[in-house]
Design a protein around this ligand. Structure first.
Ligand code: ZN
Ligand code: ZN
Length: 125
């Protein structure tokens, strides 16, 4: 994967956002900075960057994929009212990392994981 100027700009912009935008929403943000950017290249680069592990893709059934510039281990709460995705790291989240280590002992490879909690965000609850 070649880290082109455009891809670098995409990573940089995505890291600034805490909103976990869809590709469409992210395109709107990018277009404000780079009016010449095409929606096709934003879509394609989001896919390329997420499969390279440079950004995270949240695949949740019943909604469009979301993208996240924060690739550290954290979880998401999907608000059932506003549809927003909020980052959180519960205390004791090490338990999950430990159970992932257990899976590794079984000689399996985990490339990524997607855990989304459903509930109400701070604004909606
Ligand atoms: Zn909400
Ligand atoms: Zn996140």
């Amino acid at each position: 994967m070649v880290l082109t100027t455009q891809r670098k700009a995409i990573i940089e912009e995505l890291k600034k956002l805490k909103t976990h935008p869809t590709a469409d929403q992210f395109y709107e943000v990018m277009r404000r900075k780079t009016p010449k950017i095409s929606i096709a290249s934003v879509y394609r680069n989001l896919e390329v960057l997420s499969s390279a592990g440079m950004i995270a893709k949240l695949e949740v059934s019943g909604t469009q994929n979301r993208f996240d510039g924060d690739i550290s281990m954290h979880y998401h709460l999907k608000c059932s009212k506003c549809g927003g995705f909020v980052d959180f790291s519960p205390k004791g989240s090490k338990t999950l990392s430990k159970s992932l280590d257990k899976v590794k002992e079984l000689n399996m490879n985990i490339d990524n994981f997607n855990i989304v909690f459903n509930g109400l965000c701070d604004k909606c609850k």
